[in-house]
Structure formats: structure tokens, C-alpha cells
Design a protein around this ligand. Structure first.
Ligand code: ATP
Length: 453
């Protein structure tokens, strides 16, 4: 085992988001959508490894939420009654101010474009021949049913949260939970973003993981701070480097119309610190609005206190795709060793084992039936419990490197000695140490090692 002289990470010279984009394509994490037709801007498909890893990201979040006794799950429809978006404020307020350049036809946001804010210039061609800012609603519109008139307009949801609010009473009564309790959901959301980009950081179709925690008014500040801490701990548990994380509290004059307090958990992506998750104290705004627009009571009766109230809501909202990207960025490392023959670079995706697409790879030392037979049997034995892959092409060294690059924590090699001692060599991704383990104990060994990783 050699000790790497140097470790390089994303964000250092020559290593940026493009490094990940090309690894993602080469290894099957993420592909551009509709690639054979030239691609569709800002839409991405998760390939074999990406789909597996995304599922693991969702499972980690889902378990962190719904294995608590005070949180239940929900899977609400993407299409909702149009009045929902009136009540939530999205029809009137979910928009960005847009300016058109009359010369080069570029369309850009007037509220965050530097050249416009400084001296009213187009960021593309520098022209000052610009339109006045116009509000552009970010919701995708479509029609329900065969008639495309104004009465059939319906929206693709721009956030999952409204499903939680309109189902508050359904969830509370069916689960018989008492306040404080939460509703958690994972689902697709759609926003017709004006400036999507940075790979899967900002897209028009994305997946959100949102939790709404309903509390008694007056206890909201305490729970807001608790949730900030809980979410921070989640990121540390799954291996994000705390130096790459920070809170950015919203100043009171920048709060959204519904919010009493809000913070962004920011992650240091290669392009700089940017929002990963929002934690918001939404007050009783949403339930009050839905009561007003639906005419139905969404009040909660507090039995021990014998009083009714409209709960306050603490929300935690993170994008699954954005979190996937943060985990990839944080995990990527290049271990550089050099000797008189030159430089050797080992690319390692140092993912937390729960997030890695595969936990184990089985590698027969030779393709011959005498080894591939038992190796395949071992694969099946491991697959009863773990996500496992199998690789018999090329030298063992190259195969180890392939697994390092996709974050597989353990490689198991079946060699000719295995035929005599019924044991295999287990190699660890990070330290590259090797151990000889009996095949009958292998599942136990992997299970324990994953737990203590
Ligand atoms: P941003 O300021 O980045 O546009 P936001 O403040 O509008 O985000 P929220 O409405 O609070 O975001 O949504 C919660 C989370 O959903 C965000 O923290 C982010 O992780 C994710 N998210 C929002 N918009 C997108 C998008 N277009 N693409 C991918 N993820 C997104």
C-alpha cells in the first residue's frame, strides 16, 4: 500500500463541475436528456449508477424523517386543484422579473444580473436597448382534458409542500398523531427557470424532499432552531465536510411573504457557496390561506389543553438532485502518488457506503469457468442482502480502480486459492487494505463492516 503524496479535490485548478459531468457520463451516473436528438437544455437522465445512488439518497432522507415517531409520509399528486396555487400565492407572486435585449434577443433576470443592476446593460452584448422588466411566472401550465380553454388550465406543481398543507387534516386524523408532528414527501417539482444550469444544480424538472412540521404557535421558534440542527447533523452523518457547509440566515427585510424566519443551508459547490436546503418558519400562513380559499377548517383541536388553533409550520426543503450533486462533489478525490516512473492518479468517489450505488463488487481473478462459477454463486449470495456488481474484464488492478471511481466500498476477489480454502480477499476502497475472509462468513463480514465504515 502506498500513501498518496497529494489529494486533489473539486474546486482546485483543473477540477470543476465538468470533471463530474464527464465522469457521470462515462460511468453511467447522469446523461443528458434526449442526447441522440442533441439534448434538451437543463434536463438530465440518471443512468444505471445514478438511479441507484439517487434511490439511496432518497432512502437516507426518508428514513431520517419517517423512522421518527412524530413524522408520517405522503405521496401527493403532481397535479392539484388550480385554486391551490391561488391560495399559496404562486399564481400572483411566483415570478422573476425579466428583461429582453432588443438587439441580441437575450432574455435575462433583472434582479440578479450584475451588468443590468450596475448600468442597465445587456449581460450578453452590452446594449442598453432593453425592455422594461416584466414578471414571468415560473409555473408550467398545461390543460386538463380534451378542451384547451382557460377553464381547463392546470399547473405542474412548483413545490411539493402544498400537498402537505391540503392533506394536513387527512394525515393528522388517519395517523392520530398529536401536534407537534410532521409530514414528509419526496416528489417531482417543475419550475420554468430562466437561468437553469450548473449541471443538475438548477433544472426545470427536479425532485424535492420536503418536510412540514406542524407545531403550536409560540413553540415555533424552538422547533425552527431544532430543525436547523437536525438537518445539519444529517449532512455530517452522510459524510459532507463541515467546512463545505454553512447557514445563511435570511435578513428580516428579505424574508418571503409567508416566512417568519428562514435560513439556507449552503454547500460549497465548485462554483461557490450556494443553497442546498431551505429551513423556514412559515407561520400559519399556508393553512390560513387554504382555509380561506377552500372554506374548510384546518384548525387543530388540542385535547389536553382543550383549545383550537391553526398550527405554525416549520419546513425543511431540499432538492434531491442538488443533494446528489453535493454528495458527488464532496466525495470526489484524486490521490496522486509519484515515483521515478511518473505520476499515478487514483480517482476515488469516497461516498458514504449507504449512498454508494454498489456495496460490493465480486471479481474472479480469471474468466475461467473454474473461478467464474464460484464467483457468480458468491455474487448471488451477496445479492440477497446487498447491492452487488460483478466484473471479470481486464487486470485486477484496473478493475479495482473502476470500483474506486464509482465509490464501491468493498471488492471481493475469488482466486485459485479460493478453491482450496473457501476464502476470498476483501479489499477496502479507502485504505486499500486486504483481508482473507471465509465465504460462509462473508455476508456477516460485509454487513458489520458497512455499519462500522
Ligand atoms: P433557489 O434560490 O436556488 O432558486 P429556492 O429558494 O427557490 O431555490 P425553495 O423553493 O426553497 O428553493 O426549494 C427548496 C429546495 O429545492 C432548494 O433548496 C433546492 O435544493 C431545490 N430546488 C429549488 N429549485 C430547484 C431547481 N430549479 N433545480 C433543482 N433543485 C431546486
Amino acid at each position: 500500500m502506498s500513501i498518496p503524496a497529494k489529494i486533489r479535490r473539486l474546486g482546485e485548478p483543473g477540477l470543476d463541475l465538468n470533471t463530474l459531468v464527464s465522469l457521470s457520463k462515462r460511468r453511467g451516473f447522469v446523461f443528458q436528456s434526449s442526447e441522440i436528438y442533441g439534448g434538451l437544455a437543463s434536463c438530465w437522465d440518471y443512468g444505471p449508477l445514478g438511479a441507484a445512488m439517487k434511490m439511496n439518497v432518497k432512502r437516507a432522507w426518508w428514513n431520517a424523517m419517517t423512522r421518527r415517531s412524530d413524522i408520517v409520509g405522503l405521496d401527493a399528486a403532481i397535479l392539484m386543484h388550480p385554486q391551490v396555487w391561488k391560495a399559496s400565492g404562486h399564481i400572483d407572486g411566483f415570478s422573476d422579473p425579466l428583461v429582453d435585449c432588443k438587439d441580441c434577443k437575450t432574455r435575462f433576470r433583472s434582479d440578479n444580473t450584475e451588468s443590468y443592476l450596475k448600468n442597465k446593460k445587456c449581460p450578453h452584448c452590452g446594449s442598453q436597448n432593453l425592455s422594461e422588466p416584466r414578471n414571468f411566472n415560473l409555473m408550467f401550465k398545461t390543460h386538463m382534458g380534451p378542451v384547451e380553454d382557460s377553464g381547463s388550465v392546470i399547473y405542474l406543481r412548483p413545490e411539493t409542500a402544498q400537498g402537505h398543507f391540503v392533506n394536513f387534516i387527512n394525515c393528522q386524523q388517519s395517523s392520530r398523531n398529536k401536534i407537534p408532528f410532521g409530514i414528509a414527501a419526496i416528489g417531482k417539482s417543475f419550475r420554468n427557470e430562466i437561468t437553469p444550469g450548473n449541471f443538475i444544480f438548477r433544472t426545470r424538472e427536479f425532485e424535492q424532499m420536503e418536510m412540514q412540521y406542524f407545531v403550536e404557535p409560540g413553540t415555533d421558534e424552538k422547533f425552527y432552531h431544532q430543525w436547523k440542527e437536525t438537518r445539519w447533523d444529517f449532512y455530517l452523518k452522510y459524510g459532507l465536510n463541515p467546512e463545505n457547509l454553512r447557514f445563511a440566515d435570511h435578513p428580516p427585510d428579505k424574508l418571503a411573504h409567508y416566512a417568519k424566519a428562514a435560513t439556507d443551508v449552503e454547500y460549497k459547490f465548485p462554483m461557490g457557496f450556494s443553497e442546498l436546503e431551505g429551513v423556514h418558519n412559515r407561520s400559519d400562513f399556508d393553512l390560513t390561506q387554504h382555509m380561506k380559499f377552500s372554506g374548510k377548517s384546518l384548525e387543530y383541536f388540542d385535547e389536553p389543553q382543550k383549545k383550537k388553533y391553526i398550527p405554525f409550520v416549520i419546513e425543511t426543503a431540499v432538492g434531491c438532485d442538488r443533494l446528489f450533486l453535493a454528495f458527488m462533489c464532496d466525495a470526489y478525490r484524486e490521490e496522486v502518488t509519484s515515483d521515478d516512473k511518473g505520476e499515478d492518479v487514483r480517482i476515488v468517489m469516497g461516498l458514504h457506503p449507504e449512498l454508494a450505488p454498489y456495496k460490493v463488487c465480486v471479481l474472479p481473478l480469471s474468466k475461467k469457468e473454474e473461478l467464474s462459477g464460484p464467483a457468480n454463486k458468491l455474487r448471488d449470495q451477496l445479492a440477497e442482502e446487498f447491492d452487488v456488481t460483478y466484473d471479470e474484464a481486464q487486470s485486477i488492478g484496473k478493475r479495482y480502480r473502476r470500483q474506486d471511481e464509482i465509490g464501491t466500498p468493498f471488492c471481493v476477489t475469488v482466486d485459485f486459492e479460493t478453491l482450496n480454502d473457501q476464502a476470498v480477499t476483501v479489499r477496502h476502497r479507502d485504505k486499500m487494505t486486504q483481508e482473507r475472509i471465509g465465504m460462509t462468513e462473508l455476508n456477516d463480514y460485509i454487513r458489520k463492516s458497512l455499519k462500522n465504515f
